[in-house]
Design a protein around this ligand. Structure first.
Ligand SMILES: [Zn+2]
Length: 613
């Protein structure tokens, strides 16, 4: 007889509804609704229920339990007391299922924990269910719980309700196991397969030792408390509070009047690796090696954009059930204050930031890579926005240049990288994506498993390469000044070699493996269409690039501009390097093309400055 227990009310909240314009009514504290999986209702009648996870009524109740120094203001407390009293009285009447006492003790009632139910289905086999993101229908992907056994034995665990059908588990990743604070991937006989149209199942065997407590999680956990402890000694300000009243810290380093470098992480709570990377980055800039960066720029770090989601153990959303990395276009002060304030902060800067990096974890691809802004191939920014990726790929094998994407697909138009590039013209505006669990190493393509120290190393490496990028930019400004003063004086443009190399690589690159083709962006759409795990090949990068490069070459070549005569014969169109459609558009207006022609001269000049012919 299951629940009635805190039923998820289908008519509430919910991301899909938000797409249609519905917004949660933000009151303090935030009411928490968790969707109930239908499979659980079936299981209750069949199997032995051995664990029921926590489902707090609201954010205040949850934070009181998880955060040691949580203190709502007096006002808030008074205001809510009456409401809470009523809510908790109501709960007495809710028919909460009772787990039976069992020799395996599961627990997920801690910060960032997530396990909703566990059932024993065979002697040594357990079906576990993750709790859905609060006030959302969409996400079951983050699990984090502990087990203590009264026997030494091997058990099989099935985590039954992954909402993604494609996963790194199909490519060799294993669950993260934590014993005495040390985390690494573990478990054996890993199987990940689609159970039904709605969900997929991860199964693995686990060796338990009598009395030993082990933790099991999707990634190496990194909690809000852990982050606050780490930044305590560094000194921080508060960007704003979340709608549930949690502080969002912001750290400033370096020289306020110089170029600005902004880094953010953990907008998606389940991508814990981004926090480990951020810690690595912070450690780097505080060593003597980071001195150059601090002397020549202002570094602004927001280490955790979505602490509400992190504390609750959500995978993707904040407490209100919104994906905060889709709110950059028009952020609301009440529902998404952190996004609102980031944009205000950038607005107030004298110049747009030199670099903006939002750190994420990737659930499908291996290694570390960058998603960048989209620029036309015949502009200089097309190459310049690839410099950091190039530097990273030269510095460490774990970074894969060719897994990167410099395109903004329709479902990414509201992300930080798209909007901030568009509105503030930040050329180096990136999402840095790190695989949640695996990386290829070396030309042999041996696959390795990430541990938290690897993530930290990558954060440090990112810091080093941002430093080199900054050095180049500063030298480039000097170079430009010198050229203006004295045209005869020959100085070397610090970017030339790199840009030439990038262009050459782009022209010659051969697609090597699946990771270069896997378009994570398509996965959401695919999931909606319930497609199985297949390689989805978009237009191969190579042919697309070749086409664009041809286009660029002919654009700057010595071709005569098209005749101003408005009557254009079809043979002329077909000779042009553009696709017939583009060619037609370009030639349809002779005036427009005449403008192009003068731009063409300017561009040619600019490119020759960079050593292109
Ligand atoms: Zn993400």
């Amino acid at each position: 007889m299951l629940p009635e227990s805190l039923p998820i009310l289908k008519e509430l909240s919910l991301e899909m509804d938000m797409l249609n314009g519905w917004m949660p009514n933000i009151q303090y504290p935030i009411r928490l609704k968790f969707e109930m999986n239908d499979d659980i209702l079936w299981s209750v009648q069949r199997d032995q229920l051995v664990y029921v996870g926590p489902r707090y009524v609201d954010s205040m109740e949850m934070y009181n339990k998880y955060l040691s120094n949580y203190q709502p203001t007096k006002n808030q407390t008074d205001m809510m007391e009456a409401i809470l009293k009523k809510q908790r009285q109501l709960r007495l009447f809710i028919n909460r299922p009772q787990a039976q006492k069992h020799f395996l003790q599961f627990d997920s009632d801690f910060e960032s924990g997530n396990l909703d139910f566990a059932f024993q289905v065979r002697i040594n086999e357990y079906n576990c269910y993750m709790r859905c993101d609060s006030n959302s229908r969409c996400s079951h992907n983050w699990y984090h719980f502990s087990i203590v056994s009264e026997r030494t034995q091997t058990i099989r665990i099935n985590i039954c309700n992954f909402s993604k059908h494609r996963s790194l588990y199909q490519r060799g990743m294993r669950p993260y196991i934590g014993i005495n604070g040390l985390w690494k991937q573990g478990g054996h006989n890993i199987v990940f397969d689609q159970k039904n149209q709605k969900s997929s199942k991860l199964s693995f065997d686990l060796n338990l030792i009598n009395g030993q407590k082990i933790f099991i999680a999707y990634g190496v956990p990194y909690t809000y408390t852990q982050m606050m402890q780490f930044i305590q000694t560094l000194g921080y300000n508060i960007l704003t509070k979340t709608p549930a009243g949690i502080d969002i810290p912001i750290l400033y380093f370096g020289e306020p009047k110089k170029r600005t470098i902004i880094l953010t992480a953990r907008v998606h709570p389940g991508e814990t690796n981004s926090s480990h990377m951020m810690e690595g980055f912070l450690k780097y800039i505080l060593t003597p090696n980071g001195e150059y960066l601090l002397q020549n720029s202002q570094v602004i770090v927001i280490p955790m954009l979505n602490p509400d989601g992190v504390i609750a153990g959500n995978f993707r959303t904040c407490l209100q059930g919104m994906d905060l990395n889709r709110q950059f276009c028009n952020p609301d002060l009440n529902t998404t204050p952190q996004i609102y304030h980031i944009k205000k902060l950038i607005e107030k800067l004298k110049n747009p930031p030199f670099v903006y990096i939002d750190m994420h974890g990737h659930s499908l691809k291996k290694n570390l890579f960058i998603y960048g802004p989209e620029y036309p191939i015949f502009g200089l920014n097309y190459l310049k926005c690839r410099v950091l990726a190039k530097l990273m790929s030269e510095a460490t094998e774990i970074f894969r240049y060719w897994s990167g994407i410099w395109r903004v697909l329709p479902n990414k138009r509201n992300t930080a990288r798209a909007i901030l590039n568009q509105e503030f013209k930040i050329v180096n505006c990136f999402t840095v994506e790190c695989s949640n669990g695996l990386y290829y190493l070396g030309s042999q393509q041996i696959t390795k498993e990430f541990c938290n120290l690897d993530f930290e190393f990558l954060g440090q490496e990112l810091g080093k390469q941002i430093k080199i990028l900054l050095e180049k930019e500063i030298k480039y400004i000097e170079y430009q000044k010198d050229r203006l003063k004295n045209r005869r004086k020959k100085k070397i443009n610090p970017y030339t070699c790199l840009l030439q190399q990038i262009q050459k690589d782009e022209e010659e690159h051969q697609i090597q493996d699946e990771d270069e083709l896997l378009e994570s962006e398509s996965s959401e759409e695919e999931q909606r269409q319930k497609k199985p795990f297949v390689r989805k090949l978009q237009q191969p990068r190579q042919s697309q690039l070749r086409q664009e490069i041809e286009c660029r070459k002919s654009f700057v070549s010595d071709r005569k501009p098209i005749s101003k005569d408005k009557s254009i014969d079809k043979s002329q169109i077909s000779q042009r390097p553009f696709s017939p459609q583009t060619a037609f558009k370009r030639s349809a207006s002779s005036q427009r093309y005449a403008n192009c022609s003068s731009k063409q001269q300017q561009l040619k000049q600019r490119l020759s400055n960079y050593g292109f012919n």
